[in-house]
Ligand binder design. Structure first.
Ligand SMILES: [Mn+2]
Length: 309
C-alpha cells in the first residue's frame, strides 16, 4: 500500500492543549524509519492547521468555529489522498480530527466502511448530553449523525462535515473502553448493532475470544473496509503517559502487541477482504510527558499493524 502521512495539528477540542505537537513528536521518534521497516511506500504531506479560539454564546460546543473549519480542511486533504488510492495515516491532534478524516473516507467509500475505536472513551456524547462540551468527546456521535436538538451549532457542524453516507451503528466498534459517561453506557447497552468491549471484558475473555467475536461481527456487518482510530489513552498510563485524559488500568505492552497482530491478520486476510481504509493516531501530547515513551510504543503498534509478513 501507499501511505499518506497527514499531520492534523489541532488541539483545542479537549481540556489540555499541546497535542498539536503530536505529528512532529511521532516524526522525531522515527515514524519514517518504522514505515520503511513495514516495506510500504509512504509520502509525508504538509500538516493541516487551523486554530482560532472562539466560543459561541450558547457554548454547546467549545471552539466550534475551529472544529468547523479545521475538520473541513482535513477532510479535503484526506479526500485527496483517498482519490489517489492511498492509505491516509492521520496524526493528531486531539480526537476531534477524526470527524474530518473519517468523514472523508465515509464520503469516498460509503457506509460499508466500518470503524474501530481503540480508546478508553466512547466519544459518543452530543452537545445536549456532554458534561464538558469538549468536541473530542463527541466525534463518534457526529460521525453517526446522532441528534442534539438543543444545539443548532451541532446541526451546522455535522451538515458541513459528515456525509449522508454516515457511520452506521452496525459498523462501529470499540475496544479498550474504561471511562464512559452515563449516556454513552446506555447507548452501547441499548444498541444491539455496535461492537463494544471494555478493557475488563477483554481481560476476562482473552484476546483470542475477543477477536473471534469481532471477526464474525465484521463479516456479518457487511463491512468492506476498516478505518482504525487509535487514542493513546487506550494504553496504560505507564506506557502511554503523554495523554491529557489518563485513565488507570489500560492496555499493557503485551496487549498492544497482540492487538496489532490480530488487526494485521484481519486487514491482510484476502478471504475476509476487509482491507485498511486509513488510520488515525491521536491525543499524543508531548507537553504532558516528553520521555518519548508514548511515541515509541505507538510506533511499535503501527509497525506491527502494517507489517506485510
Ligand atoms: Mn480517549
Amino acid at each position: 500500500m501507499n501511505i499518506d502521512i497527514i499531520g492534523a495539528t489541532y488541539d483545542i477540542g479537549g481540556r489540555r492543549e499541546g497535542c498539536m505537537e503530536g505529528p512532529d513528536s511521532l516524526r522525531d521518534a522515527g515514524l519514517h524509519q518504522i514505515l520503511t521497516e513495514t516495506g510500504h511506500s509512504f509520502h509525508d504531506n504538509e500538516d493541516v492547521m487551523y486554530r482560532v479560539f472562539d466560543n459561541p454564546l450558547d457554548c454547546s460546543i467549545k471552539n466550534f468555529s475551529s472544529a468547523y473549519n479545521f475538520c473541513y480542511e482535513l477532510k479535503r486533504a484526506v479526500s485527496r489522498s483517498l482519490s489517489n488510492h492511498n492509505i491516509p495515516l492521520v496524526l493528531g491532534g486531539d480526537h476531534t480530527i477524526s470527524m474530518g478524516s473519517i468523514s472523508a473516507a465515509l464520503e469516498s467509500i460509503g457506509s460499508s466502511m466500518s470503524v474501530l475505536w481503540i480508546d478508553a472513551h466512547a466519544d459518543l456524547n452530543t452537545p445536549d448530553v456532554s458534561p464538558s462540551k469538549n468536541m473530542h468527546g463527541m466525534t463518534v456521535a457526529a460521525l453517526m449523525r446522532l441528534e442534539s436538538p438543543g444545539s443548532s451549532y451541532w446541526t451546522k457542524l455535522i451538515n458541513r462535515i459528515v456525509p449522508d453516507s454516515c457511520l452506521l451503528p452496525s459498523r462501529m466498534a470499540w475496544m479498550g473502553l474504561r471511562d464512559l459517561d452515563s449516556y454513552e453506557t446506555a447507548y452501547i447497552k441499548n444498541n444491539k448493532h455496535v461492537f463494544a468491549k471494555t478493557k475488563t471484558e477483554i481481560d476476562e475473555m482473552g484476546w483470542d475470544a475477543c477477536f473471534e467475536e469481532y471477526r464474525a461481527w465484521l463479516a456479518n456487518s457487511g463491512s468492506r473496509s476498516l478505518w482504525i482510530s487509535y487514542d493513546i489513552d487506550a494504553l496504560d498510563p505507564s506506557i502511554g503517559p503523554a495523554s491529557g485524559t489518563l485513565v488507570p488500568d489500560g492496555f499493557s505492552m503485551d496487549d498492544v502487541k497482540t492487538l496489532a497482530e490480530k488487526l494485521n491478520g484481519i486487514i491482510m486476510d484476502k478471504d475476509l477482504n476487509i482491507p485498511l481504509a486509513g488510520m488515525d493516531v491521536v491525543e499524543i501530547n508531548p507537553s504532558i510527558d516528553n520521555t518519548g515513551k508514548s511515541e515509541k510504543n505507538t510506533l511499535e503498534f503501527v509497525r506491527d499493524l502494517l507489517k506485510q509478513s
